[in-house]
Design a protein around this ligand. Structure first.
Ligand code: 5AD
Ligand code: SF4
Length: 431
């Protein structure tokens, strides 16, 4: 009987995609996905450390896995990802959880096949690489989606925002060769994938073999087929007019931009080392709206960054009011050891909590108003799920929609007229 595996993924889509590589490697070795994690022969935790809460979840889960291992001493436990890549964490994990068989980081995921052999051969070890190597192409992959696929275009981040741990655990920026990316997208479109999401910590700084991000998008959108391309994440300082122009001029590039501002206060933006002002950010938003009046806009905002005053926070609320995002991801600032912001004067927890509540409430009202304005509109929708005779899909602007149809299929594009709307979801009928 084949060995079985269970992978638990924490964090962002970059991690979700890396778990597809981990499961691809295990599958290529003859492992099968466990139907029940308690029955698995190996459990892999692919971790995140962007906020303290992510790490708390991992530690909580390790407590549960310890019990599994007590019942089944043959179980192998592996932990990898951003959390283990942080300086000192592997040593702390080894002391706190001596039952873990394998600890590795973000720079050596391609070694996983070899590590698995060693662990099943009875070894117990840690291998964390200090620095990133060159990009490893051609790893096996077991994709989770059937209509949507993730494609890495670049790795790492050189921005060093003062609150962020990512540059320390993901290394310096490096871009994949355009030919390899084009080859991947051609294959995925050929296999019937309809939504391709290009991934990078900072996609707008993509650059390889003389090709920048706008040119890459332009080339990708020439691939024949029925699909659309989205991308994550854009840094406002690097999002160029050329990129927006390509999106406006070419088909197959979804009219959706995720553009995190983080704060509306210039004083806080400077302390965050974001390298733009609120005014410059709003100019980029105006540019997007000029070229793509129907664009879906989403954003990340952080409240309670060190020294943030009530006035700073009011400036953030002001931005939310001005831009009117389709989706807003709001976070409470979380101290990350080793980052400059960790040494700044902190805001108390009660104030942070109170501010995030006000931010969420503000966005709720705006989303409600936007929802009402959607009624009667017709959107191109990608059908990506069917549940109790209802079709579920996503608009080009990345809004979830449930709709009725006689002929929609999983993975088909349909035009849907919105008949009803809430702040988070649309409802409609195919036209
Ligand atoms: N605390 C809270 N949120 C953070 N983010 C990044 N670092 C932190 C931190 N230390 C948020 C930012 C980023 C998103 C992915 O996570 O808003 O855009
Ligand atoms: Fe972190 Fe800033 Fe890089 Fe985004 S751009 S990953 S927030 S350092």
């Amino acid at each position: 009987m084949a060995f079985t595996y269970y992978i638990k993924t924490y964090g962002c889509q970059m991690n979700a995609h890396e778990s597809e590589k981990l499961s691809g490697i295990l599958t290529s070795k003859g492992f099968e996905e466990a139907s029940d994690k308690q029955q698995a022969d190996i459990i892999v935790l692919n971790t995140c450390c962007i906020r303290e809460s992510a790490e708390t979840h991992v530690l909580g889960n390790l407590g549960i896995i310890k019990k599994y291992k007590e019942h089944n001493p043959n179980l192998k436990v592996a932990i990898c990802g951003c959390m283990t890549q942080q300086r000192g964490v592997a040593d702390r994990l080894k002391k706190r959880c001596p039952f873990i068989d394998l600890i590795f980081g973000t720079h050596n995921l391609h070694k996983f096949s070899e590590y698995v052999d060693r662990v099943f051969g009875g070894e117990k070890f840690t291998d964390i690489w200090e620095a990133e190597g060159s990009i490893e192409e051609g790893l096996p992959m077991k994709r989770t989606g059937t209509t949507s696929a993730l494609v890495n275009i670049m790795y790492g981040c050189d921005n060093f925002c003062s609150y962020c741990i990512v540059p320390y655990v993901r290394g310096r920026e490096r871009s994949r060769k355009p030919g390899n990316i084009i080859h991947d997208v051609e294959n995925l479109v050929g296999q019937g994938y309809k939504e391709i999401t290009l991934l990078g910590q900072n996609v707008n700084s993509y650059f390889c073999d003389g090709i920048d991000f706008a040119t890459l998008l332009d080339k990708l959108s020439d691939i024949k087929g029925d699909y659309w391309i989205k991308f994550l994440t854009s840094h406002p300082k690097d999002l160029s007019e050329k990129v927006i122009e390509v999106i406006a001029n070419k088909e197959r590039l979804a009219h959706f931009i995720h553009l995190p501002i983080q704060s509306g206060s210039n004083r806080i933006l400077e302390l965050m080392n974001r390298k733009y002002t609120a005014e410059q950010y709003l100019q980029k938003i105006d540019m997007i709206k000029r070229y793509l009046p129907d664009a879906g806009l989403s954003c990340d905002i952080m409240v309670g960054f060190p020294t943030e005053t009530e006035d700073d926070f009011l400036l953030t609320l002001d931005i939310v009011e001005k831009v009117r995002y389709t989706n807003l991801f709001s976070f409470i600032y979380s101290r990350r050891s080793g980052t400059p912001a960790d040494k700044m004067e902190q805001v108390d927890e009660k104030t942070k909590k109170e501010r995030i509540d006000r931010l969420i409430k503000k966005q709720f009202t705006i989303a409600q108003e936007l929802a009402n304005s959607n009624i009667g509109k017709i959107y191109k929708v990608l059908c990506d799920d069917i549940c109790e005779n209802k079709f579920i899909g996503k608009t080009q602007t990345d809004k979830k929609i449930t709709f009725e149809s006689d002929k929609a299929r999983l993975g088909s594009f349909v035009n849907v007229k919105v008949t009803q709307a809430t702040n988070s979801k649309l409802y409609g009928t195919e036209v």
